[in-house]
Design a protein around this ligand. Sequence first.
Ligand SMILES: Nc1ncnc2c1ncn2[C@@H]1O[C@H](COP(=O)(O)OP(=O)(O)O)[C@@H](O)[C@H]1O
Ligand SMILES: Cc1ncc(COP(=O)(O)OP(=O)(O)O)c(N)n1
Length: 265
Amino acid sequence: MIEVPQVVTIAGIDSGGGAGINADLKTFHNQRVYAASIVVGLTAQNTYGVQALLPTPSAFLHEQFESVDADFAIKAVKTGALFDAEHVHQVVQELADVHFGAVVVDPVMVAKGGAKLLTNAAIALVKTELLPLATVITPNLEEAQVLLDRSIETEADIMQAASALQALGAKHVLIKGGHAASATVVRDYALFADGSSAWYTAPRIDTVRTHGTGDTLSAYITANLAKGLDIKDILPAAKQFTYEAIKQSINVGHGHGPLNHWVEG
Ligand SMILES: Nc1ncnc2c1ncn2[C@@H]1O[C@H](COP(=O)(O)OP(=O)(O)O)[C@@H](O)[C@H]1O
Ligand SMILES: Cc1ncc(COP(=O)(O)OP(=O)(O)O)c(N)n1
């Protein structure tokens, strides 16, 4: 029998297939890890945007945690869209009762089309309850601004924001720069637990086909933490994988198209 690292994603389903659990599973498959999924909610969604949301009833969310924990040797977990305060709080409590290994927190707040995937009340709980559990937190610029309640404009602001997120309890911090103003490059910044840091720079691809970029990046990180790789080796590879998945675009959907998860990892 072949031994495979096992992971779980705790997030929402995207009926359009481009983001959330759908993007996670494609990335996990690409990275040759076995993935379970705990569904926090459903979205009626396509590449134009989110048409409807249906959070999972709390008792059923609990059943999924029990089912996954009873059977699989989970080595890393990723959280994505958690919808509201009740679900954030429950996920935090459930995580305390299981042994899912490294925790990658992608604090998803708003979908590319503009729909809110996290209520304001839930944001406070992500900050105070979920963030301290994070082995790695991967906010984009807007999410970092909201979590810290400050504006982030310059690279000095980004570096200070990463320190502030670390002070709130995250072990490693990756602030993604996809939403920054530069038309030529995209720069992500990492601050590691040992205090060292790194910038990851790539040319900006001129495209709207970026549905699920954050999910893909954080799922790649989760998969490789489960394999036991070092975070400092994982992040540049995660960035490169996401870059190629955007660049080698596929002709699917009419809005913010999905990524190509067949690219070589
Ligand atoms: N147009 C782009 N060209 C190249 N890389 C991009 C582009 N947009 C996003 N990325 C990369 O995709 C990843 C996700 O970034 P970002 O868009 O900031 O997060 P999110 O998808 O969570 O909003 C980052 O590594 C970022 O550098
Ligand atoms: C169910 C679900 N989860 C997450 C998202 C966010 O995806 P997207 O809007 O493309 O943003 P990133 O994945 O790039 O952060 C979603 N739309 N739906």
